[in-house]
Design a protein around this ligand. Structure first.
Ligand code: MGD
Ligand code: MGD
Ligand code: SF4
Ligand code: MO
Length: 746
């Protein structure tokens, strides 16, 4: 066929990490012949990393599931979609009939946030299920940020980002964007942006227990003892007040609680925290002063500052400092993005935000953003009686490898009455499944980053249609999600997802028309529905969101405005300009102000003060990421795992000598909950007393179908992380700073 031999290049936003790079994908027929960075992409300007470059290998991976699997006589076998959905209906139906709705738990993994379906069509499914047992990767990641922002700004989704394009001073804690490409801070080519920052004379300071590649790029790097960021930040607050440098500037009129914060910080002098943190008091004072005196400055913290015992306090203090140094909500400081798909914010104030609205009858854990901590998932499954989970639905996740005390969790997963996994790999979690529902591959689905444009350092919008049509038996994830919603709502496995899609879009249209002060007041839903493009599916819901969003065309009322058609006509994306000030309208607190000392956070400061008195723990384990990896997956793509094994235990030579460990030899590393054997790799880049292992490995489990990964399996560091070690305020798990003992293997 002539069409088959034609070469063409199409553009797609990479869905693999938060950086949202534009990919230029060359195809011959429906075979990808080349992938490179899209030089014309308005945001990434040609940048890509090895993962994006390997997207075709991911799409073509023979291990990627194309058809549903169902357990028959103990074996997972390919079945048709109707058979698979029927099995789900029966399996979940039985559990609900016998034990009630809470007996079906849900775990939502990280890649959901990278898909339109995961963002736009998750709610109907969760609503139909009506179970309290909802868990997600948020509680091994950024829950502390949601808590601190919920309490300070009135909404857990109102999260400021560092304006790294314009800042004069960036202080970074617990982030390594040279490997991660950035998180809660969408900035394609983060490395290039940091180099540009330094080239224009701005200063970069990194605080991390390891001298990472990011730290090497910085003007200054300080080691910090894992888990002590909240102490350090409290001392910086103390120091700002002590040096008379705490001045929110024009933000002062929008701030409550300045004096309370000063009082809370009093015991935490730089001298008092220096020992526990491992930074000199003079350096703490100087950093505080430099932040306050720079023309603009911003503090940014991520994973390392979140997955620790005082994660919520650390995240609160990061933004409190951003306010105190007078850089909040202005260019070069911490700012709120204005994504294209969200409605404009006309008015400050709201109901505010709270947590602990209910607790788990099975574990006693309080709810946070409608979820329970995933650290309590195993206990929820092991429990008897009220609140216990007997079935689980996982969507785009691999908790068997990514969640704490994974041996306990793996055992709990094996004990479930029914497990459904929505995943295109038969991973270490799905090996326990009764049914696996695989969505189509990443090149067969449309992309628009609902979540990540909300954290972007520059306002942009980009929509990419599918690059390759799904195979004859493949289903897009949104159809799977809606099918599950219908099954859980009792409509049966044969119900048509298009009827539900129609209801959802009509509901959203009515809401847009009836919203207070809506420019669409009085318009007919049917008339507007007929104007929506991109459907059925998430495309036309996105069209509605764009058209009624902050830059929308409002169905012709603003003819220059955005719609899906405009994005389709701009395959390299639309540049919506640098970040703009958003206070006070972004605030949803009852006071319509920024709360600098909200009571749940203030009440947690006692716990921090006690930590200051604790004797130092022994050896502490922290994690690390690698550019060619992505949590527990992408280890099945040959170019991404080629070369020397990366799953090693980094140990400082000084510690190695004291412990009798040698480079390249095996060590036994043990924590309260488990032990592992790992190859030692000596590294001068570590703070003495700290050892470092990556997560997401351990692909040797029987029954998984990851042939490439299994050849180089590594070990699972979450065998060591402890499900009892939580940030008690947010419920987030501690993944960094795990007390361990190490000895040479016999
Ligand atoms: N020790 C330690 N543990 C950690 C971390 C750490 O730093 N240290 N990091 C934590 C963090 S930040 C996170 S976010 C979690 C992540 O934890 P999880 O979300 O549980 O794990 P992932 O490896 O991201 O899961 C990816 C799975 O989603 C599937 N998938 C990919 N794309 C899609 C899709 O479009 N649809 C569907 N249905 N499935 C898809 C993949 O095939 C893969 O099986 O891990 C956490 N675990
Ligand atoms: N290549 C790649 N990219 C990814 C991922 C991946 O797995 N691989 N995962 C994605 C996901 S889900 C996320 S959430 C992001 C995470 O993005 P980042 O937060 O940038 O990720 P990390 O590389 O884990 O960086 C955490 C840093 O914190 C340091 N650290 C550990 N403990 C402490 C501490 O107590 N205090 C301080 N100050 N630092 C500490 C660690 O040494 C590490 O350098 O990355 C995303 N991007
Ligand atoms: S940095 Fe992230 S978005 Fe960019 S190519 Fe790599 S994986 Fe894709
Ligand atoms: Mo994450």
């Amino acid at each position: 066929m002539a069409e088959q031999s034609q070469t063409r290049t199409v553009f797609k936003t990479c869905p693999l990490c938060e950086a949202t790079c534009g990919l230029a994908i060359t195809l011959q027929g429906d075979q990808v012949t080349h992938v490179t960075g899209d030089k014309l992409d308005v945001f990434s300007k040609g940048y890509l990393c090895p993962k994006g470059a390997s997207i075709a290998q991911l799409h073509n991976d023979p291990d990627r599931l194309r058809r549903p699997l169902m357990r028959i006589d103990g074996q997972l076998r390919e079945v048709s979609w109707p058979e698979a959905f029927q099995a789900v209906e029966q399996g979940l139906g039985r559990v609900i009939a016998e034990h009630g709705r809470d007996a079906v738990a849900v775990y939502l993994g990280n890649p959901n946030s990278h898909t339109m379906a995961g963002n736009l069509f998750m709610r109907p499914m969760l609503k139909a299920l009506a179970s309290k047992n909802i868990f997600s990767a948020s509680s091994v990641d950024q829950l502390p940020k949601h808590v601190s922002c919920g309490l300070m700004f009135g909404s857990p989704a109102t999260i400021p980002v560092p304006d790294i394009e314009r800042t004069d001073y960036l202080l970074m804690l617990g982030a390594n964007p040279l490997e991660s490409n950035g998180s809660l801070c969408t900035a394609p080519d983060f490395p290039g942006r940091l180099r540009a920052l330094r080239q224009r004379g701005a200063k970069l300071v990194v605080i991390d227990p390891r001298r990472t590649r990011t730290a090497e790029l910085a003007d200054e790097h300080f080691f910090i003892r894992p888990g002590t960021d909240a102490l350090l930040l409290m001392a910086m607050v103390n120091s700002l007040f002590a040096q008379n440098l705490a001045d929110p500037g024009p933000m002062a009129q929008h701030v409550n609680g300045l004096d309370d914060l000063r009082e809370l910080s009093r015991p935490f002098t730089p001298q008092a925290v220096a020992g526990p943190c491992g930074l000199a008091a003079a350096d703490i004072q100087r950093l505080a002063r430099e932040l306050a005196q720079a023309p603009s400055a911003v503090v940014y913290g991520r994973m390392g500052a979140s997955t620790q015992e005082f994660g919520a306090l650390a995240n609160w203090l990061i933004d409190a400092i951003n306010v105190l140094i007078g850089s909040f909500d202005r260019p070069g400081g911490a700012m709120f993005p204005t994504p294209a798909h969200l409605p404009p914010r006309f008015k400050a104030g709201g109901k505010g935000w709270s947590m602990g609205r209910w607790t788990s009858p099975a574990t006693g854990a309080p709810e946070v953003i409608g979820e329970f901590p995933v650290a309590t998932l195993a206990q929820t499954i092991e429990a008897q009686g009220a609140g216990a989970a007997r079935a689980l639905i996982t969507i785009a996740g691999n908790p068997a490898l990514t969640c704490p005390n994974s041996q306990r969790l793996d055992k709990a997963l094996a004990s479930l009455d029914f497990l459904v996994c929505v995943d295109f790999y038969l991973n270490e979690t799905a090996r326990h499944a009764d049914v696996i529902l695989p969505p189509c591959g990443p090149l067969s689905t449309a992309q628009y980053d609902i979540v990540f444009y909300g954290f972007a350092v520059h306002n942009v919008a980009n929509f990419s249609p599918p690059v390759i049509a799904p195979g004859p038996d493949e289903l897009d994830k949104w159809r799977i999600m809606l099918k599950l919603a219908l099954i859980l709502a009792g409509q049966g496995a044969a119900a048509d997802p298009l009827t539900l899609e129609q209801m959802i879009i009509e509901g959203a249209l009515n809401q847009a028309i009836q919203a207070k002060g809506s420019p669409l007041a009085g318009r007919q839903p049917a008339e507007l529905l007929a104007q929506l493009h991109g459907g059925p599916g998430p495309g036309r819901l996105l069209d509605l969101m764009l058209r009624t969003g902050a830059y929308g065309d409002w169905f012709g009322l603003n003819p220059q405005g955005l719609s899906l058609d405009v994005l389709l006509a701009n395959p390299h994306g639309v540049d919506l300009g640098p970040l703009k000030p958003g206070v006070p309208n972004v605030l949803r607190t009852p006071s319509a102000k920024i709360e600098l000392a909200p009571s749940p956070l203030a009440a947690d400061v006692d716990r921090l003060a006690q930590a200051m008195e604790r004797p130092p723990a022994g050896t502490l384990l922290v994690g690390r990421r690698n550019l060619r990896s992505n949590n527990s997956w992408m280890h099945n793509i040959p170019p991404l795992v080629a070369g020397k094994g990366r799953c090693t235990l980094l140990v400082h030579p000084q510690d190695a000598a004291a412990l009798g460990l040698e480079d390249g030899k095996t060590a036994v590393i043990a924590s309260r909950v488990g032990s592992l054997q790992m190859t030692v790799e000596l590294s001068e880049a570590l703070m003495p007393g700290v050892v470092c292992a990556p997560h997401g490995w351990g692909h040797h489990a029987a029954g998984a179908r990851l042939s490439v990964a299994a050849a180089n399996p590594g070990v699972n560091s979450n065998v060591l992380t402890d499900d009892q070690l939580l940030d008690r305020l947010s419920g987030n798990c501690v993944l960094n700073g795990i007390p361990v003992t190490i000895q040479p293997a016999a």
